[in-house]
Ligand binder design. Sequence first.
Ligand code: PXG
Length: 437
Amino acid sequence: MSANMQNLESYWMPFTANRAFKKNPRLFASADGMYYQTTEGKKILDGCAGLWCVNAGHGQKKINDALKFQIDQMTYSPAFQGGHLGAFEFAERLADMFPGNLNHVFFTNSGSEAADTSLKLARAYYKARGNPEKVKLIGRDKGYHGVNFGGLSVGGIPAARKVFGPFLPEVDHLPHTHNVDGNLFAKGQPENGANLADRLLEIIELHGAETIAAVIVEPMAGSAGVVVPPKGYLERLRKITKDNDILLIFDEVITAFGRTGDVSTASLLNIQPDMINTAKGLTNGAVPMGAVLISDEIQSTIVDGPPDVIELFHGYTYSGHPLACAAGIATMDVYAEQKLFERAASLTPYFEKAVHSLKRHDNVRDIRNFGMVAAIDLIPREGAPAARAFDAYLKAFEQGVLIRTTGDIIALSPPLIIDESEIETIIDTLDDILATI
Ligand code: PXG
């Protein structure tokens, strides 16, 4: 059905300017490899992996076949006091892939649910361990942990919080690491800003470590416009949290599954957090799913009670859904067989060079990159914040390239199957557009 035959009013679209969209809809009908096709038959090169999730590209046959098979086997089995083999297999697979002692997996249906699950687990852990006063949760300015109340409470994007408060009271925020002097046009991790992790020491002094359960950060903040961790910053956060008996949660909803060149950014940087949140690339975006990877210590402390009693009153009707697990297992096969994490790592220098070539435009304030993610930070138009970047978005779409914008920042995070000529197409298109906006 084409857009002009369809009434678009009933569907309230998320994070969208609904009225503007419905006047000028952009509707996708099919997708294959690096390309979408719109309802009008226009081919669109995917520069942002859908919404940072289709890491293996569109229409991967193995994932589709696994889904078709699972549909005929069983589409639902009860998640509580019941199970199916796919969930156990997928959990074991993930536990093997993620670093160190992260050997337990709690399935959710989104990154938002993963955020709230991890925060609840942090509190449950200290209650089980006999430290019920350790309840405070420390997030970071510009942080994004989805849209539920826990994630919003520790989150730090004003527009996402503005009309929804009040939030959880037992929360504080670290400063962000964005735009530290001397970091403009940094390639990969910037040099300056590791010392900002020391602000955690002040937060600990203020509240007392004995009241703090966890610190949650995105290793690289995506939604805020690609804030890359300064060299040494995450390592410093790990040391301070460990020294003070505070859990460290990495929200890797965007940064896991090859995006930064390894299974997770924790693995890439050889840092051992106590929990890692994932979603998006977990199923290549084929079925909604999130997962929290949990350390042996946290899991065994919570589960260590009378064996016939439910240990944790938490979970979702669709935790470990059979279709999501089938898609997820096949997705992990595809990542491994097509060596996509290695591919991301080896493409990064080419991508980095291509993106930084856009520096020559007067309206570009900064360019940053980390693995297969990049941001082109534009100087806002006077009195019209975000207008210049959204103009770029509309023009790119018109010219057959899908990008993502947040505020006046263009974010690129293409599927990891991208090749050099497709990178050139994205950059050439942006090069043309930046000269006109
Ligand atoms: N944590 C992080 C770090 C995220 O990036 C979520 C949690 C929430 O995931 P769900 O599945 O509940 O949406 C996210 C989601 C963008 C963009 O372009 C970013 C996200 C989602 C959609 C768009 O900035 N991040």
